[in-house]
Design a protein around this ligand. Structure first.
Ligand SMILES: Nc1ncnc2c1ncn2[C@@H]1O[C@H](COP(=O)(O)OP(=O)(O)O)[C@@H](O)[C@H]1O
Ligand SMILES: [Mg+2]
Length: 253
């Protein structure tokens, strides 16, 4: 479904990504992991056309995304969440989710009354799914981090995308909230979505992923199913810094 082909991104002298290639199959949860600074968010920014790669191509259903502008990606059915929440603080939850809907179908968005009416049912459906229905008229500052994360997910899925990019959805969450994220990811997959997941919580990654790609300093170092990755010596050494305890941890999860 998504073909990342030989992507290189340079920031001055630094190669944030170097000849990175991998393929995400339809209706799978594909995780991208690696230490801080490995280039994960940079790849999201390449896919969503915020950053132009120096080299390579990104094919979505065999069509190059590099011909599109950043605001056109959503029309193809690709949305994302952000590592640092990027909700609109002056809008309530309902309006935040609405923004994910109207921008998809009409650029002049908030004045389109018909569209807003149409959005109503979808927003109720999505907020029910994410259990934030009773928060629709709260403002972001009134809500816990766990709920804000779900609002961001609601905004990302309200336009019914086929591919969703999640940038650290469990970062900063407690165990209970993290297991809710796990259920949401599985639920989305059961509804036919394809997911690219960047996440540091190895327990979550190991449980939820169909396929894992590991990068370090912008280069791919391993790829495979969770059980293969957890046994990969290079992943254990490079990504987790080695050591017996680390090995034990990653294998037990
Ligand atoms: N806009 C930018 N300008 C310069 N350097 C950047 C920029 N964005 C990221 N980098 C650098 O590129 C590398 C990869 O960053 P990033 O993709 O954010 O890593 P990750 O998400 O895996 O932690 C880091 O060394 C980071 O400092
Ligand atoms: Mg990042």
């Amino acid at each position: 479904m998504l073909n990342i082909k030989d992507i290189t991104v340079k920031f001055g002298g630094l190669k944030a990504l170097e000849n990175l290639s991998f393929t995400i199959q339809k209706n799978t949860i594909h995780s991208l992991i690696g230490p801080n600074g490995a280039g994960k968010t940079t790849l999201f920014n390449v896919i969503t056309r915020i950053i132009k790669p120096n080299k390579g191509n990104i094919l979505f259903n065999n069509e190059s995304l590099l011909n599109l502008k950043s605001n056109e990606i959503i029309y193809k059915g690709i949305t994302r969440t952000f590592q640092n929440l990027q909700l609109f603080n002056y809008m309530n939850v309902y309006e935040n989710i609405l923004s994910g809907y109207v921008h998809t179908f009409n650029k002049n968005s908030f004045n389109d009354k018909k569209l807003k009416l149409k959005a109503y049912d979808v927003i109720l459906e999505i907020s029910e799914l994410l259990q934030i229905k009773n928060r629709l008229f709260s403002y972001p500052y009134q809500l816990s981090y766990g709920i804000l994360k779900r609002v961001e997910i609601a905004r990302a899925i309200v336009s019914k995308p086929s591919l969703i990019l999640f940038d650290e959805p469990a970062a900063g969450l407690n165990n209970q909230e993290t297991s809710e994220i796990l259920s949401i990811l599985n639920l989305l997959k059961s509804k036919g979505k394809t997911i690219l997941l960047v996440e540091h919580d190895m327990s979550l990654v190991m449980k939820v992923s169909d396929e894992i790609t590991v990068i370090n300093f912008g280069k791919k170092i391993a790829e495979g199913a969770p059980n293969e990755i957890s046994l990969n010596e290079e992943v254990i050494n490079v990504y987790l810094g080695g050591g017996k305890n680390v090995k034990k941890n990653i294998r037990n999860k």
